[in-house]
Design a protein around this ligand. Structure first.
Ligand code: F0G
Length: 460
């Protein structure tokens, strides 16, 4: 059955944020001043900012109104009780801990479960989760299905974890060597690809068989639920909320970055079913974030989050969200650009090995494209390739190549119109048409770690 997507946004604009229009020659100077690294550009000099969908949502009138009833009491503010009730209603989990972002929820979860040498099994761990496993001495293992790494496979659920690999790992490592299973919905690292309900059910069965705890990284849970509605037999007539509730029912809890499907600019939570773990988590929460009823967020922010979590489950909102992301990706595909298929929930990935085959990975094709796109239209994208994930082995001096060389265009929620998407599409196509004239870049300065955030580059 074909789904009837809305033709346009199910909301209208009441407040606007003016954007600065720069000229190409101004952008040339801005790029130079930023040493050709778009992270170094002041956001005001960006026309369309597709760096991330995280914390960049526009809030609704109801959310803004909610800020005014923020209760800034240290303990037991009313907005906390509203949030607790909302999260319980959506997830079904009993114990909720507010955190200021997703990564602090991940930190606390891993503090409880990880020990030196233990493994954490997942589809693909987001960078911060990966790091939180490692800092506890643990080993994160990515077990996404093979199709999930193939940019041309049209598998409908490319975020699925490979159930055979999962069980093999548990058997080979030994049950005692595995701390937990953590599945990210949708899977951010391969472009917001969804995980099917059948897959989550199968993970539950494996978790039960071996007595392992199983958690979701729920940052984009509602987008995942909508894909299940669209693509998985038996779910077309169910509401996004019902589907989300069933997804959560298979896990023992979740970590959440509310900066995505919470439709807010800051926030997160950890939700659990196990009371003993909850008591322990509360102690860490007080130590790291704040008292158990605010956890690093202002009362008003808790309120905006409760309201955002309800709005994200509105089907007309979600259908339009996915429609817009797919509009961007499918227009580029139609123009022959090497875009990862199928388009995911929050971003479009462009394969730079195909886009700029004449520029070797060591000359940073992602950053070449991002600089060119910015120069052309003031659009900011981000490279996920050699600069971010490649490097040099400190012991052997051997060059380590990043597995993928892709640019991500992430779409903020309720922020840009389709006209903005058209600007990006035309700009990417123009860049594609003159791809042969583009030349590589070299690093002129680089920090020891996480170099893509601050490195300086220059055209060769
Ligand atoms: N999990 C997923 C799947 C994420 O995408 C992110 C953040 C986090 C956890 C961490 O949450 O930022 O609230 O601490 N992703 C952003 C991005 C940064 O651009 O994809 P946080």
């Amino acid at each position: 059955m074909a789904y009837h997507f809305p033709e346009a946004e199910p909301y209208r604009i009441k407040v606007i944020e003016p954007l600065k229009i720069t000229s190409r020659s101004q952008r040339q100077q801005i790029l130079k001043d930023a040493s050709y690294n778009l992270f170094n550009i002041p956001a005001e000099d960006v026309y369309i900012d597709l760096l991330t969908d995280s914390g960049t949502s526009a809030m609704s009138q109801d959310q803004w109104a909610g800020l005014m009833i923020g209760d800034e009491s240290y303990a037991g503010c009313r907005n906390w009780f509203h949030l607790q009730e909302t999260v319980r209603d959506i997830t079904g989990y009993q114990y909720i801990l507010p955190t200021h972002q997703g990564r602090s929820a991940e930190n606390i979860l891993m503090m409880i479960h990880l020990r030196q040498g233990l493994s954490a099994l997942g589809n693909m761990f987001f960078d911060t989760t990966h790091a939180h496993v490692q800092t506890k001495g643990g080993i994160p293992r990515n077990l996404v299905i093979d199709e999930g790494l193939d940019g041309e496979s049209n598998h409908p659920f490319k975020g699925n974890i490979d159930i055979d690999k999962l069980e093999e790992h548990i058997k080979n490592l030994g049950r005692e060597q595995v701390a937990l299973i953590h599945v990210t919905v949708t899977c951010n690292n391969n472009g917001g690809q969804p995980v099917s309900m059948a897959n989550l059910r199968a993970v539950r069965a494996v978790a039960d068989k071996y007595g392992l705890p199983f958690f979701l990284d729920a940052a984009r849970f509602a987008e995942n639920a909508f894909f299940i509605k669209l693509r998985e037999p038996g779910y077309a007539e169910k509401s996004v909320k019902e589907i989300a509730r069933e997804m959560f029912s298979y896990a023992d809890g979740c970590t959440m970055s509310s900066k995505k499907d919470g439709l807010v600019n800051i926030g997160g939570f950890l939700a659990l079913n196990d009371e003993a773990n909850f008591r322990q988590a509360q102690q860490y929460l007080i130590l790291l974030e704040g008292f158990i009823t605010y956890g690093g967020m202002a009362g008003r922010d808790l309120e905006a989050l409760s309201r955002g979590l309800k709005e994200v489950l509105d089907e007309s909102y979600m259908a339009n969200r996915i429609r817009q992301v797919h509009y961007l990706g499918n227009q580029m595909l139609a123009a022959g650009l090497p875009v990862f298929r199928p388009i995911g929930g929050h971003c479009v990935l462009i394969d730079m090995k195909q886009f700029l085959p004449h520029i070797p990975q060591l000359e940073f094709p992602c950053e070449v494209f991002c600089a060119e796109l910015y120069l052309d239209s003031g659009t900011r994208a981000v490279g996920l390739g050699q600069l971010a994930f490649g490097g040099v082995d400190e012991e052997t001096g051997e060059i380590l190549y990043a597995p993928l060389e892709v640019v991500r265009l992430a779409i903020p929620r309720r922020v840009y119109t389709d006209n903005h998407m058209d600007v990006v599409i035309r700009s990417a196509i123009r860049t594609y048409e003159r791809r042969d004239s583009l030349r590589g870049m070299k690093i002129t300065w680089s920090p020891q770690v996480l170099r893509h955030f601050t490195a300086h580059l220059a055209p060769i």
